[in-house]
Write a protein that binds this ligand. Structure first.
Ligand SMILES: Cc1cc2nc3c(=O)[nH]c(=O)nc-3n(C[C@H](O)[C@H](O)[C@H](O)COP(=O)(O)OP(=O)(O)OC[C@H]3O[C@@H](n4cnc5c(N)ncnc54)[C@H](O)[C@@H]3O)c2cc1C
Ligand SMILES: Cc1cc2nc3c(=O)[nH]c(=O)nc-3n(C[C@H](O)[C@H](O)[C@H](O)COP(=O)(O)O)c2cc1C
Length: 693
């Protein structure tokens, strides 16, 4: 490789399925701004950011000198959709071993340790780059969604720039910013000490004595972002069609346009209370599970039909709770301006935002209000604090020296922007600062649990358990629910009590025709988690908790297809685990009906909170092992496809290990070969997972 042809730039490449790696790569790019001056002035080096799949059109690794990769893993250890072109190009075995010997790189791999192959694409990419002789200039970092990405990501980013500058021998030219910070006067300190809120307290005495702190940079684009408020819709927008609510963001996982979905019916599937004399009654661990029926109203621009198959999932955007939006408006002194129009003057900075919309809608549908603010956000907010002790404390929490405090009182307490604004009540940031520092509201995904109905193609059902949070030291509200599941749960409660009933008189079923609720939604790509087109191929389904939901759709679809098929349907097994036979054994009636119709040929169920002794199966993995011989035969001889779906932590790994031991015992194979066997099932797409936490 001719040295002249190698590009003098730092290229940040991302591969992202749901947008996290993309956002982190943007964060890295923003933080480069500060160091950019050193790099451009002294070394004529620029910093750019691209998606992995722009390969060929906008970059080629053969002509790059320094690359920072930020990639996630999806499916069962696979690359994200927007990294596939890149992956296919560089995985070719025929490539010369010295192809990338000029390349210096580092890599941040995102994943989730609940999945069996943690950060697999990042690890594979790392290995492949080294096989092609590329050299690392900084250790690989990992972000684990199971514990919070920031835990691994933030320290990695913090040290990345030193590594980049070292790599260019530029470190000596850099002045690391240590900022002088005002110490509190004795009176101010006394006032601050009186305030005994957790966020205001430090356990590190030295921290409050420091007059110099290492503060994070506020990304320059956050400062350049501008909004303008208008009391009425500005003239130039008057004749334009403005939808009532907005959601324009395009994500790689989208398999349809964003459409309007109306909530038609809510049905509680779980049972809250059972007979008084039931000894298994233990209210505290009973999850509330709800089924929602949605109707697709409009199908976005182009009007193409959305439709669905069993195995699909939908992304739904419900927006923040109204009371939380109102609290933000109050904290920003905007309560009287909720219906003002908000015009984005710098649309290039955050292209996912609408050009104009109501202030209220912007906060409700675009900002993830519950997310834990980054240190750079706290640093930015400090600029808008009048009270010196509050300002000083925000600076401490954002500083490198205050890292421990930040973890203890912000991250570990899930302190959201609302908590911050409430405690630091002298902080009045303008709306554009809040918008710039809040991640974009994320869709929530749900697997479809009904087969497509040819007579009602526009209807889909989802089943979900209501997310509840434990009390934190900051929030004593025991009724704290997840945004989507809580909104629907409260709606169900409201409807039920409006009928003079109670949720406890459960299996509540109600029609929402009189009070229709509309959401934005889209279909999510999930190409492999589908039934085989040949109905004679046997299938084995393994579901835990609400993970049984897509299999109810599978059974409905299998029944429909079998009726039309000339060949007999293959075996169809379900291993299903939940907590209590009388509380959360959801779809019991439907499953038993499919069993008596011979659509479901084996139904094995276990109840984790009811198993009487060590021998009785507690979890699905125990059930699987109890049926090793027949199961192995079905997979090995009859070429069954195995589907795993669930919402339980560690479930993917436990089921994987159970299958390995089935192969070991029933297939009489060594542990090593059994692992290889199950991995091969995965690569042949005969072992498919749809796991969430
Ligand atoms: C492909 C896919 C399919 C899925 N299918 C289903 C399905 O069929 N059924 C189903 O039930 N779920 C499913 N899920 C999960 C679902 O998308 C949601 O994540 C889940 O329902 C929670 O959404 P929520 O808005 O109610 O909670 P959220 O508001 O998103 O709350 C959950 C988040 O809150 C944070 N948190 C934890 N503790 C606290 C605290 N004390 N205070 C504040 N925040 C806290 C956590 O970081 C967590 O990420 C699926 C997920 C995926 C990715
Ligand atoms: C459907 C799905 C499949 C996933 N599969 C894996 C996996 O096999 N291994 C892993 O480590 N993480 C897996 N994850 C977790 C993601 O890698 C993790 O959430 C990451 O932060 C997503 O980043 P992104 O938004 O840039 O794609 C999966 C997530 C989803 C939603």
């Amino acid at each position: 490789m001719d040295d002249q042809s190698v590009r003098r730039r730092v290229l940040i490449l991302y591969g992202s399925e749901t947008g996290q790696s993309e956002a982190i790569s943007q964060q890295i790019h923003d933080q480069c701004d500060h160091h950019l001056e050193v790099l451009t002035d002294n070394f004529n080096i620029s910093v750019e950011r691209l998606c992995l799949d722009t390969i060929g059109d906008q970059y080629s690794l053969e002509t790059e000198q320094t690359v920072v990769f930020v990639v996630s893993t999806t499916g069962e250890g696979e690359p994200p959709q927007n990294a596939l072109k890149f992956y296919r190009k560089y995985r070719k075995r025929a490539l010369p071993k010295s192809l990338l010997s000029h390349l210096r790189y580092c890599l941040l791999a995102l994943g989730d340790t609940n999945y069996e192959r943690f950060a697999n694409f990042g690890k594979d990419l790392d290995k492949r780059l080294q096989e092609l002789s590329a050299k690392k200039f900084y250790d690989t970092g990992f972000g684990d969604d199971a514990v919070g990405l920031e835990l691994g990501v933030e320290p990695w980013i913090e040290n990345l720039f030193t590594a980049v500058l070292n790599h260019f021998n530029a470190y000596s030219s850099l002045n690391v910013p240590i900022v002088d910070v005002k110490l509190l006067t004795p009176v101010e300190r006394e006032m601050s000490a009186k305030d005994n809120c957790l966020l205001m307290q430090t356990t590190d005495e030295r921290l409050s004595q420091l007059d110099q702190l290492n503060l994070p940079l506020i990304p320059s684009k956050f400062k350049s972002f501008q909004l303008k408020l208008h009391e009425t819709l500005p003239e130039e927008y008057v004749d334009k069609c403005l939808p009532k609510e907005f959601y324009f963001q395009t994500l790689p996982v989208m398999d349809s346009k964003v459409f309007d979905a109306t909530l038609v019916e809510l049905r509680q599937l779980s049972t809250d209370s059972v007979a008084d004399n039931d000894e298994t009654d233990s209210r505290c661990d009973a999850k509330t599970i709800i089924e929602a029926t949605m109707r697709i109203e409009s199908e976005g621009e182009g009007g193409c039909s959305v439709g669905h198959e069993a195995g699909d999932s939908f992304g739904v955007i419900v927006g923040n709770y109204d009371e939380e939006v109102n609290q933000v408006l109050h904290s920003l002194d905007l309560s009287g301006k909720r219906d003002f129009y908000c015009e984005v003057l710098t649309p290039e900075v955050f292209p996912h935002l609408p050009k104009i919309c109501k202030v209220y809608d912007l906060i409700k549908y675009y900002l993830e209000l519950r997310s834990v603010p980054k240190k750079s956000c706290l640093r930015h907010l400090a600029d808008f604090c009048d009270n010196p002790s509050q300002k000083r404390r925000l600076l401490e929490l954002s500083s490198r020296e205050g890292g421990e405090d930040y973890n203890r009182v912000v991250r570990n307490q899930f302190a959201g922007i609302l908590d911050i604004l409430q405690v630091f009540d002298s902080c009045r940031p303008p709306l554009d600062v809040l918008v710039a520092n809040s991640p974009c509201f994320a869709p929530r995904y749900y697997s479809v649990c009904n087969a497509p109905d040819p007579l009602n193609r526009n209807q889909f059902k989802i089943a979900f358990s209501v997310t509840t949070f434990e009390e934190t030291l900051l929030r004593k509200d025991t009724q704290l629910f997840g945004v989507f599941t809580g909104t629907l749960f409260r709606l169900l409660r409201h409807e039920v009590s409006a009928q003079g009933d109670s949720v406890d008189q459960c299996l509540a079923k109600l029609s929402l025709e009189s009070n229709m609720k509309s959401f934005k939604a889209f279909k999510r790509k999930n190409p492999y988690f589908k039934l085989p087109s040949n109905v004679s191929i046997p299938i084995v389904m393994v579901g835990a908790g609400t993970g049984v939901a897509p299999f109810v759709g599978f059974l409905g679809q299998r029944q429909l297809v079998s009726k039309r098929s000339t060949v007999p349907a293959g075996e169809c097994w379900l291993f299903y685990g939940c907590r209590h036979s009388r509380r959360d054994y959801i779809y019991e009636r439907e499953l038993k009906q499919y069993q008596s119709d011979k659509v479901l040929t084996q139904l094995y169920v276990c109840f984790s909170r009811e198993s009487v002794d060590e021998k009785s199966p507690k979890y699905v993995q125990n059930l699987i092992q109890n049926h090793s011989t027949a199961l192995y035969r079905l997979i090995d001889v009859r070429k069954a496809i195995v589907y795993v779906c669930g919402d339980l932590k560690g479930m993917a790994t436990d089921v994987f290990n159970a299958l390995v031991s089935v192969v070991e015992t029933a297939g009489k194979q060594s542990r090593e070969n059994a692992v290889k066997y199950v991995r091969e099932l995965q690569s042949e797409k005969r072992y498919l997972q749809d796991i969430w936490t």
